[in-house]
Design a protein around this ligand. Sequence first.
Ligand SMILES: [Zn+2]
Ligand SMILES: [Zn+2]
Length: 399
Amino acid sequence: MTPPPEPDTVQVVWDPVFNRYDFGRWHPMAPVRLDLTARLCGALGLFSAPGVRVVSARPADDDLLRTVHDPEYVRAVQAASADPRDAQEVFGLGTEDDPAFPGMHEAAARIVGGSVDLGRAVLDGRALHGVNFCGGMHHAKPGCASGFCVYNDAAAAVRAALDDGAQRVAYVDLDCHHGDGTEAVFWDEPRVLTISVHESGTTLFPGTGFADELGGPGALGSAVNLALPAGTRDAGWLRAVHSVVPQLVSAFAPDLLVTQHGCDTHALDPLGHLVLSLDAQRVAAASMHALAHSAAGGRWLALGGGGYEVVDVVPRTWAHLVAEAAHRPLEPSTPLPPEWRAHVEESTGREAPRSMTDGASGAFQDWSSGYDPDDPVDRAVLATRRAAFPLHGLDPDFD
Ligand SMILES: [Zn+2]
Ligand SMILES: [Zn+2]
């Protein structure tokens, strides 16, 4: 008999089989981003730390996929997966963003299996927190692939939590891009609050996610969007996140908090135009963790997401996330293990970063200290607060 898990167990999904989610050599969503992240977590001792359990996952079955995807779309993915020449663009498959590849169905369904299992483990108390940095496929829609995302593991985990008895689930999306797929799945669902903080759709894919997008008529206020100007830096982004997310999530009082930590917000990311440091992303992860404890009984499922700077950014950001969830936050000055740096340099030909910081402070000013209506970040925050806060009984102007 296996002993019951420790109550403080943090479950992390990883298995090299996740490297099979591979759109091909020239695609930005390269599996090396996951591989280097896992190797860094291992080299830092996070995967072998007491209270951390690393688990693999099986592909979600068709019934589970159909809780958030149309049956004909699942069939189309299976056909394209068996023979990529059968990919149909009407389902977003075989496109530049989502080229079909052999085994695509299993690879994408495995990410769903991982996130759903983690959410269930967190909800029923087998794990305190869960991290799936392979997940966060937030652009996948009920009926089509989009933006490198085939199946929406985040939405499936939220849906499974509701099906397992959760009364309310909050989903916070910190990716550079609008979390449009997850939002679409729950557009008319008042039991799910989706909040997306992202670069404005005026300058970035998918072109949506403005303050006036609030959810369907029966669920008004259940979708919240904060569209930040391109060029927003650490202090502005952190101020924006903290001026909207904790207030709404606390008011909503969810049974489970699901967060998406796409790190394409970083200054070095080749796709987005936000200008964040690793340090801002680390501070945000710590805040989401604290929020899970204060507002959701500690039940926290943290997912990865976008992130295309595969050496300097993705591995360090998500190693910080795993460390945070494991209640073993890393000092920013932590040096990177020499064996990891050597592997990076051998396998990519690039110089590896030296420590777990970009040297930024992660400091920001709280909304309660006042706001400047002429500042473009504050204007974006105000637009979101004025649209969404009254629907949750909150004061849009003042905390
Ligand atoms: Zn993204
Ligand atoms: Zn915790």
